[in-house]
Design a protein around this ligand. Structure first.
Ligand code: MN9
Length: 313
């Protein structure tokens, strides 16, 4: 059903902010160029990483437009439209289709939690129906939504009710469930991995694409894991995955996405901190983080190797 499944590394993009917390659209073009140059093969906009839930509907629309324009058809753009108001989520999906996004995706409402798969299907049918021309991925992230429903059942039942359902962004750690989701209907459903620190396990389970926040700051490392896995060099794949685990543990000592934005700052992109409740790092925290990452060798292995840069020119 989908002609183009997602492939490779999809960056869950950040939303640049000014110091006062207002949107700053200016860095988006340069950020997009950099991600594409680093080997990213898609952009996932206004998800958890992009603080979609901390933005107003109007802000989400302009951020979505900025990324669609910057990508300019070179890599697919997926817009995350999940909202506690399903009507607003649906309108955001309508907008995503109007501006020429390639895919739409949504979390489920989370204030009133969802306790059964049929209700989840009803909710996602309403949202996905706003963008009937776009393939739709349900964004499964039970740690944040509180809805830990059976995703195999969701694909089976949702597939019958939602014509444009093409799969999941699977942000959980249950490799056995991920495996079964991949097997429900491989011609129709694409199940994209969403836990960067477990990517190697997901590759062994059958993943061909992953959506993640840390691909913004270390794409070459993750491309290295994929390549080592492809060549059957599991020792090398494990070595590289351990670097990712260490990097994520180091960044995770702070409010995660605020610290990630600081790391993008260290890479030359001044995109501010996060809005509350996530907040921003102090200058001394940023210095400590820089030193800790430096001790891990992050500033060496996060960069493309000369051979890779030459190939990508
Ligand atoms: O979208 C991201 N999940 C969240 C995926 O932000 C909640 C992941 O990329 C994580 O940030 C990453 C680090 O834990 O796996």
């Amino acid at each position: 059903m989908i002609d183009n499944k997602l492939n490779g590394l999809i960056a869950a993009t950040y939303t640049p902010l000014h110091d006062d917390g207002e949107l700053n659209l200016d860095p988006i073009a340069a950020l997009t160029e950099w991600l594409i140059a680093q080997g990213i093969s898609g952009l996932y906009v206004c998800g958890s990483t992009g603080e979609g839930m901390s933005l107003s509907g109007a802000e989400r629309r302009v951020v979505a437009e900025a990324y669609v324009q910057s990508a300019a058809g070179r890599v697919p753009v997926i817009i995350q439209v999940g909202h506690n108001s399903l009507a607003e989520a649906r309108q955001l999906a309508v907008h995503a289709q109007e501006i020429g996004a390639n895919y739409v995706s949504a979390t489920c409402p989370s204030y009133f939690s969802i306790n059964d798969v049929n209700t989840l299907v009803d909710c996602m049918a309403e949202v996905a129906g706003g963008a009937p021309e776009l393939p739709f991925y349900y964004y499964h992230i039970p740690a944040l939504t509180g809805s830990a429903l059976d995703m195999v059942e969701f694909l089976e039942r949702g597939g019958k009710r939602i014509p444009n359902l093409v799969g999941l962004k699977y942000t959980d750690t249950k490799l056995h469930e991920f495996l079964q989701c991949l097997q429900v209907d491989p011609r129709r459903f694409d199940v994209v991995w969403g836990c960067d620190e477990m990517m190697l396990g997901a590759l062994a389970t059958g993943a061909t694409a992953a959506i993640g926040s840390t691909f913004n700051i270390a794409a070459p490392l993750y491309l290295g894991i994929m390549e080592a896995f492809r060549q059957g060099d599991l020792d090398e794949a494990r070595r590289l995955q351990s670097l990712s685990v260490e990097m994520i543990r180091t960044i995770g000592k702070y409010p995660f996405h605020a610290a990630m934005k600081a790391v993008l700052g260290m890479n030359g992109f001044d995109i501010g901190g996060c809005r509350l409740p996530q907040g921003r790092l102090s200058e001394s925290e940023i210095e400590k983080l820089r030193n800790d990452l430096s001790s891990l060798g992050y500033f060496q292995w996060s960069q493309p190797s000369p051979a890779l840069s030459a190939n990508s020119l």
